[in-house]
Design a protein around this ligand. Structure first.
Ligand SMILES: *Cc1c(COP(=O)(O)O)cnc(C)c1O
Length: 360
């Protein structure tokens, strides 16, 4: 299988060809068993090996230290918006309001205790990541969203704020080295940079859980999932298998360091064109520009050409670059699986469209 179109969708997103192929094969015949992965037990040695390798590769690639567990749960990143405060909020939690998802996470936390909004960029339509703020020393954690998928801003460093971090890394996991020690928890929906929809990765510090005194339903209790090593109930088997294939692919390509190098190359190429091309301009503040989701709009004088450009690009194999409705314009999501050739194809498109409409 080769991609005839370049999928710039924000998620569920593009996966490497090898990963799609391996998944298709496992659906037909898993591990030479004469059975589909969809019809075998999750406690078979064959599936247990899949889960164990996926967990250990997450730890290896992200340098997760001792004392943390890797879980693959159901319910999407959004279920974590509740599980986090249920499991970790004792007295007070701090949230950084850097985008729609960050805000949703904060709103859910309010159901479970006192929440402090340390800073917000909502008034500027989340065009930047607030950097001037202080975190109450008695907060149980600071929740951050490292990549704001909708607005194309990113916090590409590990903050040092005096309290443990909890981070939604749905759309930038496995694109840089993280100092995991600073985090009580890192989580995200798999469908952006790891797998198909259907599972949520959770990296959680074992001794951060079970300290609230709150009685929790078993399925919503990290301690239960940690004790059962992510096998308390039937886990999302196929999404976990696909995640394993992606993790093997990342390792074979050279790991997270290589993923970061490629991400920087892709982003530099596309932002350079956004800045050069007279038809377009970027929407996020330069210092906070995301390497993953590159957002741009038509310059005002050319706003009427937006639909034309979308069609023009689609005819050239550029798929799903329409921006989120709250930003408008275009969003090119360039996750790990996006080859530089895809970005080059988009850049060529932008150049060609410019020559059609501007007489230089
Ligand atoms: C997509 C996304 C979500 C929502 O994920 P679901 O798995 O659909 O719940 C949450 N946070 C961020 C940063 C996202 O990009």
């Amino acid at each position: 299988m080769t991609h005839k179109v370049y999928n710039f969708g924000a998620g569920p997103a593009m996966l490497p060809d090898e990963v799609v192929e391996a998944t298709a094969q496992a659906v037909r015949d898993f591990d030479g068993m004469g059975l589909s992965l969809m019809e075998i037990g999750h406690r078979t040695p064959q599936f247990k090996a899949v889960l164990a390798e996926a967990q250990s590769l997450m730890k290896e690639l992200l340098h997760v230290p001792e004392g943390y567990s890797v879980l693959f749960l159901g319910g999407g990143a959004r279920l974590q918006f509740d599980m986090i405060p249920m499991n970790l909020l004792r007295h007070k939690a701090a949230y950084l309001d850097s985008g729609h998802w960050a805000h949703q996470a904060m709103d859910e936390a309010r159901l479970w205790g006192e929440v402090v909004n340390v800073a917000s960029s909502a008034n500027d339509n989340y065009t930047y990541v607030p950097s001037q703020f202080s975190v109450p020393a008695d907060a149980d954690y600071l929740h951050i969203t490292t990549n704001n998928t909708i607005y194309g801003t990113e916090l590409r460093k590990d903050l040092d704020v005096g309290v443990p971090l909890v981070a939604d890394m749905s759309s930038d996991i496995l694109t840089r080295d993280i100092d995991v020690e600073r985090y009580d928890m890192i989580y995200g929906g798999a469908q952006k940079n790891l797998s198909m929809a259907g599972t949520t990765f959770v990296i959680v510090r074992n001794d951060a859980v079970g300290r609230t005194g709150r009685k929790l339903p078993a399925m919503l209790d990290y301690a239960v999932h940690i004790a059962h090593q992510s096998m308390y109930n039937t886990p999302p088997m196929l999404p976990i298998y696909t995640a394993l294939q992606t993790l093997r692919w990342v390792k074979a390509q050279g790991g997270v360091t290589e993923m970061e190098r490629r991400a920087k190359r892709r982003a530099a190429l596309l932002y350079a064109e956004v800045d050069r091309n007279k038809l377009f301009c970027g929407t996020a503040r330069r210092d906070d520009r995301s390497l993953m989701n590159i957002c741009f709009v038509m310059n005002k004088a050319y706003a009427h050409l937006a639909d034309d450009f979308a069609n023009f690009a689609a005819q050239r194999g550029i798929y799903a670059i329409k921006g989120h409705r709250s930003v408008g314009g275009f969003r090119a999501s360039c996750y790990n699986a996006m080859p530089i050739e895809g970005v080059q194809a988009l850049v060529d498109c932008m150049k060609e469209f410019e020559t059609l409409h501007i007489n230089n």
